[in-house]
Design a protein around this ligand. Structure first.
Ligand SMILES: [Zn+2]
Length: 579
């Protein structure tokens, strides 16, 4: 089908030729989504056919097939229309009637922490002390010399009897397995207690004579020796000797995170608060051609001048790696009682939360936002309590008045607990609500104890945001919550808390539809990173990022959405899952 060519064009050149051809054809024909293959147009490199393609394009929401040249989509249409794009070398994926969606774009996560968590030991469901020790040993045997066994999330209340684990148990098991020098530092699920082994106690200098620091506790056995259990501030001496993250370990963590993202259909991520060492790893993997998920990195806002000095503006970079955004904190979390509210917590009248260090004083944050905005950088501020959110809106309002209208796409990250008066301000100021639905079904187990019903009804208020015309960007906050988009879609649609106690939904008035959450997770997240012209919908000219799912989440019982698996992930026209 290809006309013979003296020098076969390279994929990028072919993609450009195809896009130009398609764009001209579209302009001439005024077609919405499908595109005819012209006489001189190259054949597709990849065709996904026979699916139920949900495009995200309002005028042409459904199709059967997608044709890709290079890293771009060149046509979307019926199986017959797309058949014309097939050539002798075209790779064809038969979707077998399955649902095809734009790749998921996680608008808020912590990519390196997530990768490190995948590398750490998971003790949450260990059945007892023996299983606990066995998992630690198994992990220790896989680690290079000098790396510690970390992670944990252990919970002794699941054991019978519910006793704390101790260093002697772990050291005995390590010695028997031939890894007596392993270093072990594993946390209880609440983060307030940790178990360290004998080698770590010695390195940190914690002995029978070590006094507990203020705000901390060191547990001792009958003979007065430390058991290895350290509480809160008592972990300080261990943190002081914990080895810094090496480049190699960071690289390994990012590779694990990339693989995990590909396996879940996440083709773009927006990484919050990366260090410059993290970004250096992304850049190295970009150079090696190893990025299989697109990364938009938003370093801490305290460093806004670095990007401004380099002349970067919002969404600076290329399709696989971008900078140009900054992430700040206005307050803390509801769980830690540090989210900042107008009214006190219902179960603690003495407190209405705290503003973050970055907001002490608020003028310091105003200066950073003013500076970043004047430089053309995008600002994303974490705010969870209603007053925290309100103050950030005030600051955004001031900046907009000072600098005049512009396409700045200010974001508030989390926006969990809204004041009734502020929904309309989001819309009026063009502020994006960057939300994480899974947190709702997690916090929903206990949030009602801290907030009165009026505030609860405006909690994770996705329905109200959409009804008020506010743009949602959807993410997970991985590694704080799971990266799996199916759990997140399920959370937004059902609001069924993870303890099973709200099967009809916690604050059910705030449920949104599958189409609304998928749209927020694709087009909404793309808009939040200034990329909606190349990502978030399946249409000619867009980046070829798509996912084939095992089940049609628009049709199945929402309770079954979490069981849905990713069959194929395509990023930039390449199959990145399965590998
Ligand atoms: Zn976060």
């Amino acid at each position: 089908m290809n006309p013979p060519a003296a020098h076969p064009p390279r994929p990028l050149q072919r993609a450009i030729v195809a896009i130009v051809t398609v764009t001209l054809a579209l302009a001439l024909a005024g077609l919405a989504c499908t595109a005819q293959r012209g006489a001189n147009t190259p054949a597709a490199d990849l065709v996904v056919t026979g699916g139920r393609v949900w495009t995200g394009v309002p005028d042409a929401p459904l199709a059967e097939s997608v044709a890709v040249v290079g890293d771009r989509i060149v046509a979307v249409g019926s199986a017959d229309e797309i058949g014309a794009w097939r050539g002798p070398k075209t790779k064809v994926i038969d979707a077998r009637g399955r649902l095809v969606l734009p790749g998921f774009n996680d608008a808020h996560l912590h990519f390196v922490s997530g990768g490190l968590q995948l590398e750490s030991v998971d003790l949450r469901d260990a059945s007892g002390p023996e299983e606990f020790a066995r998992r630690i040993v198994a992990r220790a045997k896989t680690l290079p010399a000098g790396e510690w066994v970390t992670g944990g999330d252990w919970d002794e209340t699941r054991w019978n009897p519910p006793v704390f684990p101790d260093a002697a148990l772990v050291d005995r098991a390590l010695a028997e397995a031939g890894v007596p020098d392993a270093m072990v530092y594993v946390s209880r699920y609440d983060g307030h207690l940790a178990l360290v082994n004998g080698a770590v106690l010695r390195l940190a200098g914690v002995t029978a004579k070590t006094p507990a620091p203020p705000g901390g506790e060191i547990l001792h056995d009958a003979s007065g020796n430390p058991t290895g259990i350290l509480k809160d501030a008592a972990m300080g001496p261990v943190d002081n000797v914990f080895p810094p993250l090496t480049h190699e370990r960071r690289l390994r963590a990012v590779r694990r995170a990339l693989e995990h993202a590909a396996s879940l259909g996440v083709t773009s991520v927006q990484d919050m608060n990366p260090s410059y060492d993290d970004i250096a790893v992304y850049a190295e993997l970009l150079e090696r051609g190893e990025l299989t998920t697109r990364i938009h990195a938003a370093p801490p806002i305290g460093k806004w001048k670095d990007q401004a000095l380099l002349g970067m503006r919002h969404s600076f970079g290329g399709p696989w790696l971008r900078l140009g955004a900054l992430k700040g904190y206005a307050d803390g979390s509801l769980g830690a009682r540090t989210a900042y509210f107008f009214e006190p917590f219902t179960d603690d009248p003495s407190s209405h939360g705290l503003l973050s260090d970055e907001m002490q004083p608020i003028a310091a944050m105003r200066d950073r936002i003013m500076g970043a905005d004047a430089a053309g950088l995008q600002v994303c501020i974490h705010a969870i309590g209603d007053q925290g959110i309100s103050i950030v809106l005030d600051l955004y309002d001031e900046v907009i008045r000072a600098h005049g209208p512009a396409d700045r796409r200010f974001r508030i990250e989390h926006c969990q607990h809204m004041a009734a008066k502020d929904f309309d301000r989001f819309k009026a100021l063009g502020v994006i609500a960057s939300v994480q639905p899974y947190h709702a079904i997690d916090d929903g187990r206990w949030a009602a104890g801290r907030l009165d019903p009026g505030r609860i009804n405006r909690t994770y208020a996705f329905r109200t945001f959409l009804d008020k015309g506010v743009r949602l960007a959807i993410g997970t906050d991985w590694n704080v919550a799971p990266l799996d988009p199916m759990l997140n879609v399920y959370a937004a649609v059902t609001r069924a808390t993870i303890d099973g106690k709200n099967p009809g939904g916690w604050v059910p008035e705030q449920k949104i539809t599958v189409a609304e959450v998928v749209s927020g997770y694709t087009l909404g997240s793309a808009y939040a990173e200034f990329q909606e012209t190349v990502k978030g919908t399946l249409a000619p000219g867009m980046l070829a990022d798509l996912v084939v799912l095992s089940d049609d989440i628009f049709q199945i019982d929402p309770a079954r959405i979490p069981e849905t698996k990713v069959v194929t992930t395509i990023a930039g026209g390449q199959i990145v899952w399965p590998r």
